[in-house]
Design a protein around this ligand. Structure first.
Ligand code: AHR
Length: 628
């Protein structure tokens, strides 16, 4: 047998082998059966394991939703709890030519760089468990710090004043969600001195590991714990088994996930094996729906969808299961009649004008009865307007809060009236998060970070001190607080960057100019940089600098936030150096949320908009496309 024939047989055998491997490792599903269907897109799904009930539920929800689309092929991979395998899976899926990746991870430290790389070429949806930074298309999942906070509140309720001995069972420590749940739990419960976390064990989300680790820990301990907080229900079940084996009673067990399956959190509560859990939606269904919107290149795809977590206890478990049942049989109604009352904060800026337009236009397009009233930057007026909407009995209330505090009373009245409230563009600070239903808007802290990152990268040659004037937005408003925090957080690492003074500009052109004049009189040529919390103040500052005889953009570098057309004009003429986008086009998301609420549908707790940044060069290219 000639060498050539031998060689071909080997190649042939190898390719057959590879094909079998592909089919074996990766389950492939077409939308509908094997009949020849035009496949438009191939989606790759990479999960860290299919061991945990929660990951199994995610897989189920993904494949159930994917089955509704007959023009897609979905390839699923299961890394069997090996980070190395998951990295390989992702590369193999990419090599297979997928159009979009959906990935749920365990090890955010190891996977973040891999996902960032893939994101350079194709859209990536991160599901359930976050990565570090923002190098992905969309994150769908829970706010894990918030889950930890809620677990702590529940623990304090259940413990009363008997809390000197708490044990924490942690998930995979390299996973962001374990880190955040632990942080949220500890920062909340340790505020009270009567509560002590005496021990913590790591059980990697696994029931058996939790059981073994706890048995080891409790075997030789004299004083038993009052409460065990497990980062997921599987480990909470492990804890239950451990204390049962040690014949110990009356230890409170808190879990998380709330899967409605055998050994899932809801069953464990019904069987009184654990005391409470927090529903952690997998987001599988939403991931496929958004994947299709992204692949069909629909606009206004958000950056983050934060799903709401409900607490389930022995008292409300049946009511919760019944509500879930109703949702399953929920019928989508067409042409739904909905009246939305919107209390706009003011008309202080270009952003605000574009925001109001977007809301009015979207209401017309979606056929929503919109009652929009303006508070002209007066909180009392805004509260009065909201009270008016409650009296009118609107279906949904939305507002852009002038400042973060002072809303409890009027929102309690809306809640008592059964009217859900959507926070638009800005968030508020209230202890009881059930006073609002959803937030649609930006991550202001990240906007501030982006402004500072540009400055330190732009200026990295010089050792000299860089003197900065900060023009702040409305005092105590979400954007002013967040943008200052994010900017200072990054500058902390660069001691040669000094904020000379932060002046109150109120987001308006006039105040921005006035404050810049004050700064120029006080500091004159010492000023190197102006950081303005929005474009309007920056444009005001530019005028003041020119009147002072200096060249904006050259003698003094200027950074702003919003990236409206006015900012683009200033960027393309070199008077402004950098602008961070704050997206005002919230109308479409708001109308969708209002309609869903009226239909009794659960909506995400937060929808964080996707935003970019613009240098002078980028603005010149983008200028024509800018529609606000
Ligand atoms: O809340 C968003 C901010 O409000 C915008 O950045 C600013 O222009 C507006 O006043």
């Amino acid at each position: 047998m000639s060498k050539k024939i031998g060689y071909r047989t080997v190649i042939f055998a190898a390719s057959i082998g590879f094909l079998i491997l592909l089919i074996y490792n990766y389950s492939i599903t077409d939308g509908k059966g094997e009949e020849e269907q035009e496949i438009d897109y191939v989606i790759g799904v990479s999960q860290p394991n299919l061991l945990e009930p929660w990951q199994l539920l995610m897989h189920e929800e993904l494949s159930t939703e994917a089955a509704k689309y007959n023009n897609i092929r979905v390839i699923y991979t299961d890394a069997a709890q090996s980070t190395k395998q998951q990295i390989e899976d992702i590369h193999t899926l990419k090599a297979y030519g997928i159009d979009l990746l959906i990935v749920s991870i365990d090890n955010s430290t190891a996977l973040t760089p891999v996902i960032s790389k893939i994101y350079e070429e194709i859209p990536v949806i991160v599901l359930g468990r976050g990565v570090k930074g923002y190098n992905y298309t969309l994150y769908i999942g829970s706010d894990h710090y918030f889950i930890g906070e809620m677990a702590a509140e529940a623990a304090m309720d259940l413990l009363g004043d008997k809390g000197e001995n708490i044990i924490e069972i942690k998930g995979v420590t390299s996973a962001q969600q374990a880190e955040k749940r632990s942080k949220g739990f500890r920062e909340t419960i340790l505020k009270k001195s009567e509560y002590k976390i005496t021990d913590s064990v790591v059980a990697d989300w696994q029931r058996d590991k939790a059981e073994d680790r706890l048995k080891e820990l409790l075997q030789y301990r004299l004083n038993l714990p009052n409460l065990i907080y497990a980062h997921n229900d599987a480990m909470a079940l492990g804890a239950y088994k451990a204390i049962k084996a040690l014949n110990v009673k009356d230890i409170i067990i808190i879990g998380s996930d709330g899967v409605n399956k055998p050994n899932g959190g809801l069953q464990l509560i019904k069987e009184e094996k654990i005391d409470t859990t927090f529903i952690t939606p997998t987001g599988g269904k939403e991931a496929v729906q958004y994947a299709m919107e992204i692949l069909n290149q629909e606009t206004e795809i958000p950056k983050k969808i934060i799903l709401r977590n409900h607490q389930v206890t022995r008292k409300n478990v049946n009511e919760y299961l019944q509500k879930k049942d109703e949702e399953i049989h929920f019928q989508k109604k067409e042409n739904i009649e909905v009246t939305l009352g919107f209390a706009q904060v003011g008309n202080e800026s270009e952003f605000r004008a574009a925001n109001t337009d977007s809301i009015i236009t979207a209401a017309e397009t979606e056929g929503v009865n919109l009652i929009l009233e303006n508070a002209y930057n007066n909180q009392e007026k805004q509260i009065e307007i909201i009270r008016g909407f409650i009296e009118q009995g609107v279906d949904v209330i939305a507002f852009s809060p002038k400042v973060e505090h002072g809303w409890e009373e009027v929102l309690q009245e809306a809640k008592d009236a059964g009217i859900p409230v959507i926070l638009s563009d800005r968030q508020i600070k209230v202890n009881d998060s059930s006073l609002w239903t959803s937030f649609i808007g930006s991550d202001f802290v990240e906007e501030g970070r982006r402004a500072a990152r540009w400055l330190v990268n732009e200026n990295n040659e010089t050792e000299d001190v860089t003197h900065i004037i900060e023009l702040e937005g409305t005092r105590n408003s979400g954007p002013a607080i967040g943008r200052k925090l994010g900017f200072e957080e990054v500058l902390q690492g660069y001691p040669t960057y000094q904020i000379l003074e932060s002046l109150q500009g109120d987001f308006t052109f006039a105040k921005g100019k006035e404050m810049m004049n004050t700064a120029l009189i006080r500091y004159g040529h010492v000023i190197d940089v102006v950081y303005a919390h929005n474009d309007d103040m920056a444009i005001g500052a530019i005028e003041a600098i020119e009147e002072f005889g200096l060249q904006p953009g050259t003698d003094i570098k200027i950074i702003s936030i919003d990236a409206t057309q006015k900012a683009f004009a200033a960027l393309s003429t070199g008077k402004l150096n950098f602008s961070v986008e704050c997206n005002p086009l919230l109308g479409p998301q708001l109308m969708k949320a209002a309609k869903d609420l009226k239909m009794g549908k659960e909506i995400p707790m937060k929808i964080i908009t996707s935003e970019e940044t613009f240098t002078q060069e980028e603005a010149k290219q983008e200028m024509k496309k800018r529609n606000y």
